[in-house]
Design a protein around this ligand. Structure first.
Ligand code: UT7
Length: 327
C-alpha cells in the first residue's frame, strides 16, 4: 500500500495589514486587551474583489513550485473553506481554473477551522487506496468578508489567508501522513455559526437588518471546549503512534487564541519551543492557519526529512481533529 507525504507547501496572505490600533478606532477595544486575551497584534484583510480562491490559487502555485511540479500534474484539489467564493461552483473549481490544473477534479469541504486536517485526511485516503498520486490540499478563508465589524467580540479575532500542502504518493513506509483522527459534535453548532443565508434561514431583508449573515460566537464556552478537545485529540494521536510528547518535534495547532494553545501546551507539558505561533501577525485565519504555519516553518528550514509533527485543530461544527506526520 502507498502512503502520502507532503512534497511541497505554500501560503499567501493579502497585502493589507490591519493593526489592533486600527481596530481601536472602529470598536470599543484596546491593543492591550486584544494582545493579552488573544495574542494577536495584527491581521491581514483581503481587499474588495479579492476572494478566497485568489488567495488559495496563490498558495497552490507556491506549493507546486516548492514541490517542483506543474499544475497539470495534479489529480485532485481539495479546498477546506467556510468562505467559498459563492455557494457554487466550488472554490476548488475556481482554483483549478486559476492555476490551470486541467486534469484535476476539485471539490470543497466544510469543517471550519478544522478543515485543513479534514481535507488532509480525505487526500490521504485517496492516495492510500491508489486512486490518485498528486493532490493539492488547501485551507483558505477570507473571514473578513463574514465578520461583523461592529462586534468587538469577534472582529478583533479574525484574518484572511490561504495555505497549501501538496500530497504525493510514495512507497516509502517511513514517512508521510501517519494518522488522522476526526471528530464532530453537531449538538454544539450554535456556539459558533453564521445563522442566516443558507437553506435554514434564507437571506431576506429582515436577516440583513438583524445582521444574521455574520459570524456569531459564544467565545468563553468555545474556549473551554477547545482546550479539552485539542488536548484529547493530541493524546489520541500520540497513543495511536505509540510515541510520547518528547518524541514529537513540532506541535502545530490551529491559531485561534494564543491562550488556548498555551493551556493545551501546559496540560501536555510541551515546551513552548515546540509550539510555533503565527497568530500574532495573522489572527485566526480559520482553515488556513495550520498550513500557513507549516509553510513558514518549512521555508525557514525548521522542518527536515524525518521531523515528527503533530497537528491539531478545533472549530465550528463543532469539529476537531489531529494528525501525525513524519516529514
Ligand atoms: O477558531 C475556532 C474557535 N474559536 C475559538 O476557539 C475562540 C475561543 N474563544 C476565545 O478565544 C476567547 O473566549 C475570546 C478571545 C473570544 C474572548 O476572551 P475571554 O477571555 O473569553 O473574554 P470574555 O468573552 O469572557 O469577555 C471578557 C470581557 C467581557 O466584558 P465583561 O462582561 O467582563 O465586562 C467582554 O465584553 O471582555 C469584554 N470584551 C472585550 N473588551 C475589549 C470582549 N471583547 C472585547 C474586546 N475588547 N475586543
Amino acid at each position: 500500500m502507498k502512503s502520502a507525504y507532503i512534497a511541497g507547501t505554500g501560503s499567501f496572505v493579502p497585502e493589507e495589514v490591519v493593526s489592533n490600533f486600527a481596530l481601536e478606532k472602529i470598536v470599543d477595544t484596546t491593543d492591550e486587551w486584544i494582545r493579552t486575551r488573544t495574542g494577536i497584534s495584527e491581521r491581514r484583510v483581503a481587499r474588495q474583489g479579492e476572494c478566497t480562491s485568489d488567495l488559495a490559487a496563490r498558495a497552490a502555485r507556491s506549493a507546486l513550485e516548492n514541490a517542483g511540479l506543474e499544475a497539470r500534474d495534479l489529480d485532485l484539489i481539495i479546498t477546506a473553506t467556510v468562505t467559498p467564493d459563492m455557494f457554487f461552483p466550488s472554490t476548488g473549481c475556481m482554483v483549478q481554473r486559476k492555476i490551470g490544473a486541467t486534469r484535476a477534479a476539485a471539490f470543497d469541504i466544510s469543517a471550519a477551522c478544522s478543515g485543513f486536517i479534514y481535507a488532509l485526511s480525505i487526500a490521504d485516503q485517496f492516495i492510500k487506496n491508489g486512486q490518485y498520486e498528486n493532490i493539492m490540499v488547501l485551507g483558505a478563508d477570507t473571514l473578513s468578508k463574514i465578520t461583523d465589524w461592529t462586534d468587538r467580540n469577534t472582529c478583533v479575532l479574525f484574518g484572511d489567508g490561504a495555505g497549501a500542502a501538496l500530497l504525493r504518493a510514495t512507497t516509502d513506509k517511513d514517512r508521510g501522513i501517519l494518522s488522522t483522527h476526526l471528530y464532530s459534535d453537531g449538538t454544539l453548532a450554535e456556539l459558533l455559526q453564521i445563522p442566516a443565508g443558507g437553506s435554514f434561514m434564507p437571506a431576506s431583508e429582515e436577516t440583513l437588518k438583524k445582521r444574521l449573515h455574520y459570524i456569531t460566537m459564544k467565545g468563553n464556552e468555545t474556549f473551554k471546549i477547545a482546550v479539552k478537545a485539542l488536548t484529547d485529540s493530541v493524546q489520541t494521536a500520540l497513543s495511536h503512534q505509540g510515541v510520547s510528547c518528547e518524541q514529537v518535534d513540532l506541535f502545530i495547532f490551529h491559531q485561534a487564541n494564543a491562550r488556548i494553545i498555551q493551556s493545551v501546551g501546559e496540560r501536555l507539558s510541551i515546551p513552548e519551543s515546540k509550539i510555533p505561533l503565527t497568530i500574532g501577525k495573522y489572527g485566526n485565519t480559520s482553515a488556513a492557519s495550520i498550513p500557513i504555519t507549516l509553510d513558514e516553518l518549512n521555508r525557514e528550514g525548521k522542518i527536515q526529512r524525518g521531523t515528527l509533527i503533530c497537528m491539531a485543530a478545533f472549530g465550528g461544527g463543532l469539529t476537531w481533529a489531529s494528525s501525525m506526520i513524519r516529514w
